[in-house]
Design a protein around this ligand. Structure first.
Ligand SMILES: [Zn+2]
Length: 164
């Protein structure tokens, strides 16, 4: 990814070396690329390449280097995010600083047992989705399986019976 003199290669050169014809392509869309496009610009095209897709971000690398885990949650799925189940959401926050303080205060105030329960609830949602449940059926299974981390075969059978 660098030139013989150590400077980083440009987008265009990297893509051309990979056999792409990019002479009619802009470097980057502003402000963002169109949803689900794969070749609107050079930046997007390169980000679709396998070695780039599997490249950890700077943020992820930094977090891991300090000895922490970095987990990305799917966007718009608050049911998979344990912190969303906690009071944090109800506390008014105006600035990023407010949000930072609030997250820390609320997490310190939360008993470990409660955090575990929230995490288990997220696990049950994941399990329900993996079994192909969505929407109300997933919610029902998560409620039904309160004592477990996963949605059981038996719960699946009652859902199938109810739907069938
Ligand atoms: Zn683009």
């Amino acid at each position: 990814m660098t030139l013989p003199d150590g400077r980083p290669k440009g987008l265009q050169q990297v893509l051309e070396e990979r056999g792409f014809d990019v002479h009619n392509l802009r470097a980057k869309c502003t402000p963002v690329c169109p949803w689900e496009s794969t070749n609107c610009c050079m930046a997007r095209l390169l980000s679709q390449q396998e070695d780039f897709m599997n490249q950890p971000s700077m943020l992820e690398t930094f977090i891991k280097k300090t000895g922490h885990e970095c987990i990305f949650l799917p966007k718009f799925h608050c049911e998979l995010n344990p912190i969303e189940m906690y009071r944090y959401r109800e506390v008014p926050k105006k600035t990023f600083q407010d949000a930072k303080c609030c997250a820390k205060e609320q997490l310190d105030a939360c008993p470990t047992e409660v955090i575990r329960r929230f995490i288990n609830r997220s696990w049950r949602f994941m399990s329900a989705y993996r079994l192909g449940l969505t929407g109300k059926a997933a919610e029902w299974a998560v409620q039904k399986q309160k004592q477990h981390r996963q949605v059981s075969q038996r719960a699946m059978m009652s859902i199938e019976a109810a739907l069938g």
